[in-house]
Design a protein around this ligand. Structure first.
Ligand code: ATP
Length: 319
């Protein structure tokens, strides 16, 4: 391939910039040209495309968000939209595409590959919910942002002897809640992968109060219910007062951690290697510390699994 394109799509994630930089520089190092496609699939359909040089991706490895911007695009879900996208790619002399995003973005990359345009998916989402890779780019940074918030909330929870419910992102996956809860020493973690036992939670809180424990941190994944709903349930069931904190979009921002920058660099570079071999319909990931590539369709055939041994451990450690 002489020229490839790169875009970021779906929810932004810290480390996307580092991945874009890796794609651009790896490709240029190997004698290819690179086009940056702005505003995700919408920008692709609209021809929002510009060549990127080595210097264009300078000073971005440390920045959160994505310099290529991200967007959601309904038109691209139709075959007509996808064909428009392919004609734009061809018009710009682009022969392969790297898509950095979450599972919706992967479906788009798979659709392009099925229509004969080689596309490769790089996992960029804080949710860590893409099957086939142990980690996604952005997860580690979001995790650390949440931990920092838990630590701060714990200070006020202890001082005022209050129980807090902290709602964290993750869509249908409990990874962020589970990892952050374990790392933040939360007393209770509710994740979508484990049926919520609200009566059990009430009992644990009441036993804690009887022992003189006056504060508690409860982490609830957004895929279970909102923190407000849980607070209402506890109030109605057992007259338990809690304070609610919804962390929201701060979880998606910030300078990427070292782990996310390294992961993004490795996975972005691997995507270019795959395109250099004229392969498409491929996803890039990391398994057991090894960078791997696998069929994009595999990302949809399997379900993402949270590390449930960590759930058990969190219960054992929060007695
Ligand atoms: P995140 O998980 O962080 O939200 P995502 O990539 O899953 O990221 P989505 O909004 O689901 O975010 O998808 C991003 C874009 O991918 C959509 O706006 C759409 O253009 C495209 N896309 C999603 N699903 C499909 C599909 N089934 N076929 C083709 N394109 C799709």
């Amino acid at each position: 391939m002489k020229k490839i394109g790169v875009l970021t799509s779906g929810g932004d994630a810290p480390g996307m910039n580092a991945a874009v930089r890796a794609v651009v520089r790896k490709a240029i190092f190997h004698g290819m040209e690179v086009a940056g496609i702005y505003h995700g699939y919408q920008g692709l359909i609209n021809g929002n495309i510009e060549n990127l040089d080595v210097g264009d991706v300078g000073d971005i490895i440390q920045r959160g968000g994505t310099m290529l911007h991200s967007a959601r695009c309904l038109e691209f879900k139709t075959e007509e939209g996808q064909r428009k996208a392919i004609s734009q790619l061809k018009e710009h002399g682009i022969e392969g595409l790297v898509v950095i995003g979450g599972d919706g973005s992967y479906r788009g990359a798979l659709a392009l590959s099925k229509l004969g345009f080689p596309s490769v998916g790089v996992p960029g989402t804080i949710d860590n919910d893409i099957p086939g890779t142990d980690y996604t780019i952005g997860f580690d940074t979001a995790l650390n942002t949440i931990i920092e918030s838990i630590d701060k909330i714990r200070d006020t929870a202890t001082s005022h002897e209050r129980s807090f419910i902290i709602e964290v992102m993750g869509r249908d996956a409990g990874d962020l809640a589970l990892w952050a809860g374990l790392a933040g020493g939360a007393e209770t973690i509710l994740i979508p992968e484990v049926p919520s036992d609200i009566d059990g939670l009430v009992r644990r809180l009441e036993q804690g109060y009887e022992r003189g424990k006056k504060h508690s941190i409860i982490i609830v994944a957004e895929g279970v219910m909102s923190a407000g709903e849980l607070a209402t349930l506890l109030k109605e069931k057992a007259d338990i007062e809690t304070r609610v904190s919804v962390l929201g979009h701060i979880q998606r921002g910030g300078s990427p951690t070292g782990r996310d920058r390294v992961l993004a660099s490795q996975l972005g570079a691997k995507a270019v290697e795959v395109l250099m071999e004229d392969r498409g319909g491929v996803a890039i990931g990391i398994r057991n510390h090894q960078v791997v590539d696998y069929e994009l369709s595999e990302a949809f055939n399997k379900a993402h699994k949270a590390e449930l041994s960590m759930y058990t451990l969190s219960q054992e450690l929060s007695i």
